[in-house]
Ligand binder design. Structure first.
Ligand code: ADP
Ligand code: MG
Length: 682
């Protein structure tokens, strides 16, 4: 059989129906799919040691001769043990295999083998347990750098390695070079064939670096191109210009004077809205910087200009909070606000939909329920997405599609993105930054404590509640049943044993929306003293009387996430505190937490997070709706990112929509990268 990139994997030896299904789960169907199925790690099995010189506590290759026939024994529970002694000129190595009785026949006395495993030492006796082994004259899985692939149940790394060896060299030879030669020269990038082959089978780690650089560059280059094209396309698009309106007419409605930063951003938005090209703007502002007022301004402008506006929030709790405060703020200006929640009754939904379609509701506030079929606007002019990191590009555009003419789009985010990444993550948006907090805020004081200070922390909680304040206590995300049980038990324990005089309540993501709402309402009304919660309260919730945020297992959270949590307190002019509880002794974790304690500047924190954890977090979770990047992990390599951005910019200056025939392959690559992001390039 002749192997081609299109050969189904099930036609390869050893791959039956069942294995084929499992491989499919990993996205592997044809021989060619393996090429871009990159290793997640590598094991250096090049160096071969003698028994005496082999280092301990790390996996190594040792060459030794089987000194005797392996001996099989059975111990309790039917466990099978195979023992064999191996020797070289420097000493003996005692090797044990558990439940691998075939080894008894596979190892021949007098034959030389390479054993790959961890050498342990007891007294002067050296041993190895369950090593990988092969004959020294037939090295296949030792003697080189071995790729370690992401796996799934029933698919071993050995199988992946075998498959990659059969397919990668052939498919790499046929891979098309899509990066222009000029670019490769300018940025010193390896060729496509070399990079694809080497990333699987690197002769050295230096060569691996060269290969990875090329692959990272390629991916980021196409991503940058795609995002810039989106931006360009938007500039060609016609929208609904809204008539100008004096800013003062709006600020009169506010119970406070806007900060300079809020005013500046409102003016930026104001200018966008008057254009006949739709606005596409991101407002970034640290927690508590007052983004709601800015959103309210945009909505007011849209409605005043005769259009409707929609505001989409990530949770029902937030949507309700927004609806209430926007109705209070804009009601006096004649704006009618409607609420759209998935949990509403059929009757409520029907009524709200009718009012919206008839133009009686001017501003629709809701969750993704706003995207549902049957939610129709009479004249949608503006879409606002709050806390955008929970929404993707696709959801934003799904809402925009409910308008006849492309509406203006405003995205609000409290997750500061490091400047270095902003262009990538928000490549298709213009960015405004609210870089000033309303006056009278006292910065939140942050402390890191270990278990030994827990009792003191509980006393501090009592003291603050005694002064009339309220407290959040956050535990790491609840996904598994097990974990949820322990959070519930913890809340109960706090209520019964630690704070019997106070009211402790629990909020978690598995609760029904109505339940959550009840819990939040009781907390907002000051009836609950301590709210034990998972991270569902992370975004947006505003209870000014809350003055202490306690985070349990703080080391499990990302810095930016902790910063968000901390932003829930310090909103009411009371002295406010954030206590990070951790039992971790890991110096990296502690360093991260210290960064948070040292600054309240969200941008600095984001930069630090980026430095410490790499950009993976910003891309990895798909939270931005960007295409998933495949290059295993390009952490730290911001230089490549910048180069790729520069190259994309230069390319588009030359050919702004990649319409020249010689750029057709580039456009095709961009399409492919974005192929799973619906409605963008197809
Ligand atoms: P975020 O940017 O986190 O969404 P909010 O819009 O919820 O912040 O505002 C946080 C709090 O600050 C709210 O209670 C809001 O009323 C108040 N606020 C916003 N702007 C100002 C201002 N210019 N002066 C005083 N208080 C303000
Ligand atoms: Mg907000």
């Amino acid at each position: 059989m002749e192997l081609t990139p299109h050969t189904p994997l099930t036609q390869l030896p050893g791959i039956g129906e069942a294995r084929g299904k499992k491989l499919e789960k990993l996205g592997l169907r044809q021989a060619g799919d393996l090429l871009r199925y990159y290793p997640r790690d590598y094991e250096d099995r090049r160096q071969v040691w003698t028994i005496r010189d082999a280092p301990l506590e790390t996996k190594v290759c040792v060459r030794a001769m089987a000194a005797q026939a392996p001996a099989l024994s059975r111990i309790r529970g039917g466990l099978e043990l195979v023992r064999v002694r191996a020797v070289d000129h420097s000493g003996s190595l005692w090797i044990t295999f558990f439940n691998q009785s075939y080894v008894q026949r596979a190892i021949q006395p007098g034959e030389d083998y390479i054993f790959y495993g961890t050498v342990e030492q007891m007294g002067s006796r050296r041993s190895m347990t369950n090593p990988i082994f092969e004959r020294a004259d037939r090295q296949a899985v030792t003697g080189s750098i071995i790729p370690v692939y992401p796996l799934t149940a029933g698919i071993s790394n050995h199988l992946m390695l075998t498959l990659a060896r059969q397919t990668v060299p052939l498919c790499a030879r046929q891979v098309r070079e899509t990066l222009p030669a000029k670019l490769r020269r300018e940025y010193q990038l390896a060729g496509a064939e070399y990079a694809c082959q080497t990333v699987h089978f690197p002769p050295s780690f230096e060569e691996l670096e060269t290969a990875r650089k090329r692959l990272c560059f390629e991916e980021l280059f196409y991503l940058s191109l795609g995002l810039s094209l989106l931006r360009g396309r938007r500039q060609d698009c016609r929208g609904i210009p809204l008539p100008p309106a004096p800013l003062e007419e709006f600020t009169k409605l506010l119970p406070f004077a806007p900060t300079g930063a809020q005013r500046r951003v409102m003016e930026e938005i104001s200018r966008d809205l008057s254009q006949n090209r739709p606005m596409n703007r991101l407002v970034q502002g640290d927690v508590g910087s007052g983004k709601t007022a800015v959103a309210a301004f945009a909505a007011w402008r849209a409605v005043r200009g005769g259009g409707q506006a929609a505001l989409m929030a990530p949770t029902e709790v937030l949507a309700e909070q927004h609806a209430k405060s926007l109705q209070a703020l804009l009601g006096p200006a004649g704006v009618r606000v409607g609420l759209f929640l998935g949990s509403a009754s059929a009757k409520q939904k029907r009524e709200a939909r009718q009012a919206l379609a008839a133009g009686e509701i001017h501003l629709a506030v809701g969750t993704h329920a706003l995207l549902s079929q049957g939610v129709d606007f009479q004249n949608l002019a503006l879409v606002i997405a709050d806390e955008q990191h929970r929404f993707g590009v696709a959801q934003r555009s799904a809402l925009a599609e409910k308008a006849q003419t492309p509406p203006h789009v405003l995205v609000m985010s409290a997750t500061p993105i490091p400047r270095t990444l902003a262009l990538i993550v928000y490549g298709d948006l213009d960015v405004s930054i609210i870089d000033q907090l309303p006056p009278g805020r006292t910065p939140v004081q942050t402390y890191i404590i270990g278990e030994d200070k827990r009792a003191r922390m509980y006393n501090f909680v009592k003291k603050l509640v005694g002064e009339g304040r309220q407290v959040y206590l956050v535990c790491p995300a609840v996904e598994e049943e097990q974990n949820l049980k322990s959070v519930k038990a913890y809340a109960q324990q706090l209520q019964r044993e630690v704070f019997p005089q106070l009211r402790v309540d629990l909020l978690h993501g598995k609760m029904r929306p109505r339940e959550k709402e009840g819990v939040m309402a009781a907390f907002a009304a000051g009836e609950t003293h301590i709210l034990v919660s998972t991270t569902v309260i992370e975004v947006g919730v505003d209870v000014p009387n809350a003055a202490l945020m306690v985070v349990e297992n703080a080391e499990r959270f990302g810095l930016s996430q902790l910063h968000q949590l901390r932003g829930r307190v310090g909103r009411g002019g009371h002295a406010s505190f954030c206590v990070l509880v951790t039992a971790s002794r890991n110096p990296d974790s502690l360093a991260r937490l210290k960064t948070l304690a040292a600054t309240t500047d969200g941008f600095k924190i984001a930069e630090e997070d980026l430095k410490l954890r790499g950009p993976g977090d910003f891309f990895g979770s798909r939270q931005h709706g960007l295409p998933q990047l495949k290059v295993a992990d390009f952490s730290g390599d911001l230089r490549v990112l910048r180069q790729a951005q520069d190259a994309a910019r230069a390319m588009l200056e030359e050919d702004r929509d990649l319409s020249r025939p010689e750029h057709a392959p580039l456009l095709e690559q961009v399409r492919e990268l974005f192929s799973e992001t619906p409605g963008i390039f197809n």
